[in-house]
Design a protein around this ligand. Sequence first.
Ligand code: KG4
Ligand code: ZN
Length: 351
Amino acid sequence: MSTVLALETSCDESAAAIVRDGRVLASAIASQMEEHARWGGVVPEIASRRHVEALPGLIAQVLAGSGVAMSDLDAVAATVAPGLVGALLVASVTARALARRHDLPFLGIHHLEGHLCSAALGDEPPPHPHLVLLVSGGHTELVRVDAPGVYRRLGRSHDDAAGECFDKVARLLGLGYPGGPAIQAAAEGGDPQRFQLPKGRVSRPEGGFHPYDFSFSGLKTAMLRQVQALRAEAAPFPLADLAASFEQVVAEVLVERSCRCARDEAIDTLVLVGGVAANRRLRRLLERHCQAGGLQWRLAPLAWCTDNAAMIAVAAERRLQAGCRSPLDLGVAARLPLEQADRLYEARACF
Ligand code: KG4
Ligand code: ZN
């Protein structure tokens, strides 16, 4: 049995959580969304300052909420990559100081490994191997997971991440930040077939297209042109139809390429995680396609799709049980491929 305290401050959510044997005992999140909404996106300096202010209170909250004392913990963990460097430092320094003060192991966690672990917080954890469609504000990736910690990226976006595309299109439509939930709300009752929008493809130098890669820049431009044309008309602006058509094409392109990848790789289970995994249309479409194609599927529970510390704690508990330990002088990194997550630990063969 192990109990882990994890901290997450890689972007604009400050979060703390305590997990014991894969079960969440307590989780607390302080969102800075309203503050960043004024600027239409995350301002790194503001994010770091707010993390410093919020984190001590969140740690106190999860300790009190779980009834766990520092002396009951087996490890302290923090997200250390990828993310905003100044923001990542807040959780990392705090976790390392707590680990040192209480003589506990410290684990630096890869943010995307945390997202991957969010699926394990559902009723039925995915069996191995499985294919993960990870869609967040910073990443759009298809990752093959053969065993815990054994990753191979099979697909990615060549420009914007899916969540970033939602955020930029929301701004174009005059909706708020973050764009995903705003577009979902605006699309309610809209006709998803009314506007035909492009499914961006990425060509290969040797000819043909990358079958599992994504591009959202053409879709963004198509939306801009469509909005300009519609605004020039006298008719009322068809916001719901346009938002629904946008959601639909993003969901289709993600689901079609993921299912094809799973089939080609002979993987039976498709897993959906990340902030964009909260999208209702995407969740429904993925279920339908998997059912029709004879695939199993697992959706990250809604509560754990967007950034949180519970998923980081689950990843940390797995690493702890595999014998991984991070050095107390471990740094943070704005970028780090998921396949290199092992570099965060002293013991090389962690899993
Ligand atoms: O995973 P996440 O919280 O942070 C990153 O690691 O990036 O993802 C945030 C992203 C934002 O771009 C946000 O617009 C998007 O997830 N998002 C959604 C929904 N809820 C959040 N996108 C589509 N539909 C939603 N319901
Ligand atoms: Zn995230």
